[in-house]
Ligand binder design. Sequence first.
Ligand SMILES: NC(=O)c1ccc[n+]([C@@H]2O[C@H](COP(=O)([O-])OP(=O)(O)OC[C@H]3O[C@@H](n4cnc5c(N)ncnc54)[C@H](OP(=O)(O)O)[C@@H]3O)[C@@H](O)[C@H]2O)c1
Length: 329
Amino acid sequence: MNRKIRWGYMGAGRIAGWFATGMSVLEDAELYAIASRTLEKGENFAKEYGFTKAYGSYDEMLKDSKVDIVYVATPVAEHYSCVKKCFEAGKHVLCEKVLTVNAAQAMELIEMAREKNLFFMEAAWTKCQPVFLKIKEWVESGLIGEVKGIDACFYTLAGEGHRLYKHELAGGALLDLGFYPVMYACAMMGHEPKRILSHTIMGEKRVDYLDSIVLEYEDGRFAHLSCGLGPERRVSAYILGTKGRISINDEFFFQATKVTAYDFDNRVLAEFDGPFLKNGYEFEAIEAMECLRAGLKESPKVPLMDTLAVLKILDTCRENAGFRYDFEV
Ligand SMILES: NC(=O)c1ccc[n+]([C@@H]2O[C@H](COP(=O)([O-])OP(=O)(O)OC[C@H]3O[C@@H](n4cnc5c(N)ncnc54)[C@H](OP(=O)(O)O)[C@@H]3O)[C@@H](O)[C@H]2O)c1
């Protein structure tokens, strides 16, 4: 495909705006269509971000043969049905994280994508960012020795009416926030921990407000992870090896563009500075488009089986807490 890739967005919310901003610097991407459940909202979004077309329903956009790939930016509870519609319409999909509410739904969609020979990727944007890729390279090359432990957390503040507090939208800390530390730990230490220990504190809105997770690996290696809805924003990750450490304080999954690895005498082992082209979301768009142009059906940077493995861990944490959403079958 030599021409620009035409993107269609599903859902004109907050993340859709951030992604459009990131994508605006990519010369081979066209912000082609935005689909909202409300035409007026879609039209306003199109005007603000420079989309060619606005649709007042998701189904209408899916009938547009010019859309090459759909970016699903709806709340987690809606991902399964939105992605299914896209596949039924023969569209490739980049779907926001977490891919689905649980691993069973994800597996069904993965099988569907494979059957229909369509590209499918979770918008795990961090995994496409330069800092993440550099850290992974350091870890795999043994720069800090053998990784023995990871400590990572993500707490954020959200107003009472926010989707994070809505049970019916699959709100709660684990799926939205806990996804990042779990995904990070799995990427650095492996996707199949020996044991998954967790404790969850449920809130009055019938979603989890706080989760504490330990992933135990062979040889006493571990990841100690946590997430929560408030009381203030806190994001950090620390990777401990037998020869040194990597500490990523600058919002490890979000805004980090620089990172340093140290030995235990605080001598610098390596440094990296990988600035964003815009806001950090552009890299996942680049990855999806490179895959499309190469005819790949899944991303080597965000493999579907890794996405599934993370979801299985999140499933286990919710099982441990006896927490299911009402709409889960
Ligand atoms: N990668 C990241 O950094 C990042 C950051 C934030 C969120 N996310 C992910 O992105 C997704 C959306 O989050 P967001 O913060 O953008 O949410 P948001 O601002 O609430 O936007 C979601 C959009 O989905 C559409 N929608 C479809 N069905 C809906 C329903 N039943 N209830 C409410 N809205 C519905 C709405 O768009 P229309 O009315 O236009 O149809 C809404 O504006 C989530 O999966 C979240 O985990 C990722």
